[in-house]
Design a protein around this ligand. Sequence first.
Ligand code: URA
Length: 239
Amino acid sequence: MKSEIMRVDKYISNQLNGVSRKDAKALCRKGEVLVNGNVVKNSDEKITAGKDTVTVQGEEIAYKKYVYIMLNKPQGYVCSTHDGKSPTVLELVPPELFREGLFPAGRLDKDTEGFVLLTNDGELAHKMLLPKSHVEKKYYVELEKPVEDYYISEFEKGMEIDGGDVCLPARIEFVPENEKACYVYISEGMYHQIKRMFHKLLNKVVFLKRVKIGNLEMNPDLALGECLELLHKDVEKIL
Ligand code: URA
């Protein structure tokens, strides 16, 4: 694992959920932090993450270089690391989960809600986003007009949408209690793809939410704008 040099208080707040930089400084002052067995009272002290052993109140703090975050994106946020005008999804990440190099693995439109995976693991994100990986994404869609039966075969065929783009075969599932709602499964992510697919069918998407990526479902208890840290083994379900 590549080593990273950082202040000891930053390391502690990064690695321990619910521990702020201020808390980490206080732990140092109280003599409750050891680096390689020696008490470190000065929280400015630099450590080499992944190499030095950091202990807090007698517990060794294992280094997690990579974080994987499930975000329930609200409307109004853009999926990029910076944007001159609109707030970005990174602004929703709590400080204890924030890492250098964090970015959204895949994009949702500004007015789309739902599951966005944020990570600083470029390799995993790259694998997940490769077109040949065909990671299926599930969306909940609300339309202006009722869903028609013939949409099923149109989606299955692989639709040609405006601009001449041809979609891979996709699936649609009706929602029995709402004739204007459905679930759509696509395994690619062309620009405004679902909106363009329904536009081609002379309908219009009025609400869109991503609810699943690969085999990983968005946690139904995650409120809009909230983040949940995932384990690497959870994220592997995506691939
Ligand atoms: N399709 C869209 O049209 N928009 C999204 O945000 C995702 C899929």
